[in-house]
Design a binder for this molecule. Structure first.
Ligand SMILES: [Zn+2]
Length: 194
């Protein structure tokens, strides 16, 4: 342990696990792996005053894996832990379904403590479409592209939305009559009307 004082890479003996957990240097720990143990387990052990058994799991209540405040940690068995996460996932899925068309993916991901990738995966698995969510700057850009004569499919490709979503946004923004009159003015009424 004394070599830490001479090691330029010494960062208080903490390192981030690739899954987001914090590892802490503790070479003397009976379950140390390469001299490191999970910080959340160590904090729980200090809290209860004994080593954890192999069947004991330390759960992060708010889902944030590096939030190792004791009030965020909960000791449970493997079986309890699985059902806790199942419940968390169910809640998160409900939240995504509820919020999907009301705010940005980033906001939703922050709210439920999932990554944007996970939010998108939930959306995909549940057939959610963002057609009803209009980000004002996007809609303005879509309208400009539409007025410049670009096809719905080209705009759809640019904005990563379906051409139906593009058409619906334009109609919501300027109304059906204006939409059709622009489309006809561009000689594309066949493509633009349903
Ligand atoms: Zn957990």
């Amino acid at each position: 342990m004394q070599h830490k004082h001479f090691n330029n890479n010494w960062k208080g003996g903490k390192t981030k696990h690739q899954k987001g957990y914090v590892y802490i240097r503790n070479a003397d720990h009976p379950r140390a792996s390469n001299g490191y143990v999970f910080e959340h387990r160590l904090i729980m052990e200090q809290h209860i005053g004994r080593y954890l058994t192999e069947n004991e799991v330390v759960h992060h209540k708010n889902g944030v894996r590096d939030d190792n405040r004791i009030q965020n940690l909960e000791l449970c068995s493997h079986v309890e832990h699985i059902s806790m996460h199942h419940k968390m996932d169910e809640d998160a899925i409900q939240k995504v379904i509820e919020l999907y068309n009301t705010m940005s993916i980033t906001k939703i991901s922050q709210l439920i403590q999932y990554t944007t990738k996970q939010v998108n995966a939930i959306a995909l698995a549940h057939g959610l479409k963002r057609d009803r969510y209009d980000k004002p700057t996007d809609t303005e850009e879509i309208l400009q592209l539409f007025k410049s004569g670009l096809s719905l499919r080209k705009i759809a490709a640019i904005k990563s939305l379906s051409h139906i979503a593009i058409r619906n946004r334009i109609i919501r923004k300027i109304g059906m009559d204006a939409y059709i009159s622009i489309a006809i003015g561009q000689g594309k009424h066949r493509e633009y009307t349903v």
